[in-house]
Design a protein around this ligand. Structure first.
Ligand code: RP5
Length: 164
């Protein structure tokens, strides 16, 4: 199977988007990352998706900030599931990114995650879960990850008042 493709509008998005890559790595899912801008390299966007179709990429994760058209434009060129990550922007802290990604017109779907690092990590997790629907090994690793989270909550520190 081809690696999950992580795309982002700028190199400056990588500190956020690397959390998607880390989650995929932790769950034993192959990935590769590239910079492709909807506005600065629209031709590259189209050819990248054509290549992804030929390669058999199972899921695309796309992060962008501001007027974040990358996930929606990628989705317009492919039937591969696209997971969009709103990257925090300087001026509006990612509210612009979120609305740009989430408000897709009926007929072209993007699965939108939360703004920032948590959204990027969850995009990696959701990509793994999609792959887990047909790959038993990945599904079992997701289940182990969930069990570990549960253990951390159950075995957390006792909640006490500070000494007076
Ligand atoms: C968007 O513009 C990118 O996704 C990035 O979040 C934002 C700023 O890009 P740079 O000016 O840092 O390249 O297209």
């Amino acid at each position: 199977m081809a690696p999950v493709l992580i795309l982002m509008g700028s190199q400056s998005d990588w500190p956020v988007m690397q959390h998607a890559a880390q989650m995929l790595k932790d769950l034993g899912v192959e990935w590769r990352a590239e910079v492709v801008s909807a506005h600065r390299t629209p031709d590259l966007l189209k050819t990248t998706m054509e290549q992804a179709e030929r390669d058999g990429v199972p899921v695309v994760i796309a992060g962008a900030g501001g007027a974040a058209h990358l996930p929606g434009m990628l989705a317009a060129f492919t039937a591969i599931p696209v997971l969009g990550v709103p990257v925090p922007s300087k001026q509006l802290k990612g509210l612009d990114s979120l609305l740009s990604i989430v408000q897709m017109p009926k007929g072209v779907a993007v699965g939108t995650l939360a703004v920032g690092q948590a959204g990027a990590a969850n995009a990696g997790l959701l990509a793994a879960q999609i792959i887990g629907s047909f790959d038993r090994g990945v599904r079992e690793r997701v289940q182990t990850f969930r069990a570990e989270q549960r253990e951390k909550v159950m075995n957390g520190p006792k909640l006490e008042l500070p000494e007076s």
